[in-house]
Design a protein around this ligand. Sequence first.
Ligand code: NDP
Ligand SMILES: O=C(O)C1=N[C@H](C(=O)O)C[C@H](O)C1
Length: 269
Amino acid sequence: MNNLLKIAIAGASGRMGHMLIEAVNAADDTQLAGALDVASSPAIGQDAAAFSGKLSGVAISADLSAGLADADYLIDFTRPEGTLKYLEYCAEHGIKMIIGTTGFDDAGKAAIAEAAKKTAIVFAPNMSVGVTVTMKLLELAAKSFAEGYDIEIIEAHHRHKVDAPSGTALKMGEVIASAIGRDLNEVAVYAREGETGERDPSSIGFATIRGGDIVGDHTVLFAGIGERVEISHKSSSRVTYANGSLRAARFLQDKQHGLFDMNDVIGLR
Ligand SMILES: NC(=O)C1=CN([C@@H]2O[C@H](COP(=O)(O)OP(=O)(O)OC[C@H]3O[C@@H](n4cnc5c(N)ncnc54)[C@H](OP(=O)(O)O)[C@@H]3O)[C@@H](O)[C@H]2O)C=CC1
Ligand SMILES: O=C(O)C1=N[C@H](C(=O)O)C[C@H](O)C1
């Protein structure tokens, strides 16, 4: 096929990096065009697909100009500081980005929005179709449960996750708060301990669980008097994030610039 999407992967030796390299190699419309990792990674110089027992002909590099020389797209699941470094290069060179990394502060998010004036970017804390649809269900539910129901967001992830609450949980909080006219910055409660006093009815609470190999579970609880409603999404494999990321790359094919999310990608806007 001539018009294969030429995709580079950042964080190539990470959990998502491996999943993405397998997905890019398995799809018939994509080609692995580069692989990046931190200079200190023992994987530098190795074939990007070596972990899978196959060879891709693409070596993992820490050098952006080498790692991105043949790429039209960069899929980034790393850490905010890594993303921001890649972002600058991609904006300058017109390389489209799919950013799945979480844990950005407001300045980081503003930098992504600024870069999207120069190149096309899909930025989402969760690339799964299931979570994207769940966000819409939450919007609807929140409007009905705005009064008389306490809203709590519970998330569980594997022991290696470094940010909390998850990017998805925070996004769920933002979606719910915006649907019912609250400002998440004012109503979020991220921890409770000791004598907390009664629950503020306007608050949106977060609870974080970390353990084992949990891929990613999110539940939003609307707790009223005499009933409670729970809306849950559970990921059983990271393949869902990888497939969503490839779908995002296909979506960007005809975009030259602009900031998009998974609602745009799956047509839920
Ligand atoms: N949007 C979504 O759908 C999803 C988002 N995520 C997010 O993706 C990110 C990565 O998750 P995961 O794959 O589990 O994490 P891993 O720790 O397994 O992988 C991270 C990769 O990024 C590399 N890295 C670390 N620091 C930097 C840096 N400063 N610059 C460049 N690269 C760096 C790591 O290299 P080394 O190991 O050598 O440090 C590693 O290769 C997290 O933010 C996570 O929340 C995860 C799943 C789904
Ligand atoms: O770190 C992870 O693993 C995940 N991170 C994302 C998040 O922070 O929401 C998405 C998913 O839950 C897996």
